[in-house]
Design a protein around this ligand. Structure first.
Ligand SMILES: NC(=O)c1ccc[n+]([C@@H]2O[C@H](COP(=O)([O-])OP(=O)(O)OC[C@H]3O[C@@H](n4cnc5c(N)ncnc54)[C@H](OP(=O)(O)O)[C@@H]3O)[C@@H](O)[C@H]2O)c1
Length: 243
């Protein structure tokens, strides 16, 4: 039988993060769920004053907030930290506001950097750090330029952490998933109907986490897309431009 773990998940109030929280709760693990909403708006037994840490990850002090919560809960070791929170913008960069650019880079990149740094003492030798990226880091996605750039930077962070100090890190790249993200960033929800559910993708993410691959892409089609985007860049860019 697997021993119970302490699992921290950011962006745990919706979509993939919430689905991950349900899976780890079913396993009997101790949860620390990070989100920006107030506890009283989260009508689900997953979130209690002992499991839910309210922290706006777009803010400079977000990592301090998470550490304060861990200390208040007398948690000094984390077995698994999944940095999943993310936001985006859909549309040409010329039409994007400066605040949107700041928010995306803050939540998708600066918060994982800050939290990675702050959580190092908690992860110790056996703890695992997971960064949730996106297939968009390797496959061109026009109208998602800032989002894709933040995910490429996250991929680079993970690769280097692994080499820097043999940190137990994993970068997981899901492809398109049916969550609230698209609606929140201004994309037509109709287009997302055929995407796999957050629950299905979260299940595959947990399987990848149980494994040992440094970089894992969710789904074979996405793995192919990543490969083509990486190694056939010229052809893929030309194809995406004409569609
Ligand atoms: N959906 C896709 O097609 C897809 C594809 C590839 C990768 N991903 C990645 O998967 C991860 C999860 O995305 P998702 O699709 O599950 O999106 P989602 O349903 O919108 O969930 C994102 C989570 O991040 C939280 N979050 C956003 N901004 C925050 C902030 N400033 N402070 C704290 N929490 C914040 C959200 O909080 P609220 O509930 O308050 O909004 C939510 O809990 C993201 O990293 C995303 O980039 C998604």
């Amino acid at each position: 039988m697997q021993s119970k773990k302490t699992v921290l998940i950011t962006g745990a109030t919706d979509g993939i993060g919430r689905a991950l929280a349900k899976i780890y709760r079913t396993r009997g693990d101790r949860l620390i769920l990070v989100g920006r909403r107030t506890l009283d708006t989260l009508n689900n037994p997953l979130y209690t004053k002992n499991t839910y840490c309210r922290a706006d990850l777009s803010q400079d002090k977000c990592a301090d907030r998470v550490c304060e919560f861990l200390n208040a809960q007398k948690i000094d070791a984390i077995d698994l930290a999944i940095q999943n929170a993310g936001t985006g913008y859909f549309g040409p960069i010329a039409e994007q506001s400066a605040e949107s650019i700041r928010e995306i880079t803050a939540v998708n990149l600066m918060a994982p950097l800050r939290l990675t740094h702050a959580l190092m003492p908690y992860l110790q030798a056996n703890g695992k750090l997971v960064l949730i990226g996106s297939i968009t880091h390797a496959f061109p996605c026009p109208d998602y330029a800032v989002y894709a750039a933040s995910k490429e930077a996250l991929n680079t962070l993970g690769r280097n952490l692994k080499i820097e100090n043999d940190i137990n890190v994993q970068i997981i790249h899901p492809g398109a998933t049916r969550t609230g993200l698209h609606r929140k960033i201004g994309m037509d929800n109709e287009k997302t109907k055929k995407f796999p559910s957050a629950e299905k993708v979260a299940q595959k993410i947990t399987q990848a986490i149980d494994g040992r691959r440094l970089v894992a892409t969710i789904g074979w089609q996405n793995a192919w897309a990543r490969f083509l985007g990486r190694y056939c860049e010229g052809i893929v860019n030309a194809m995406v431009r004409t569609t």
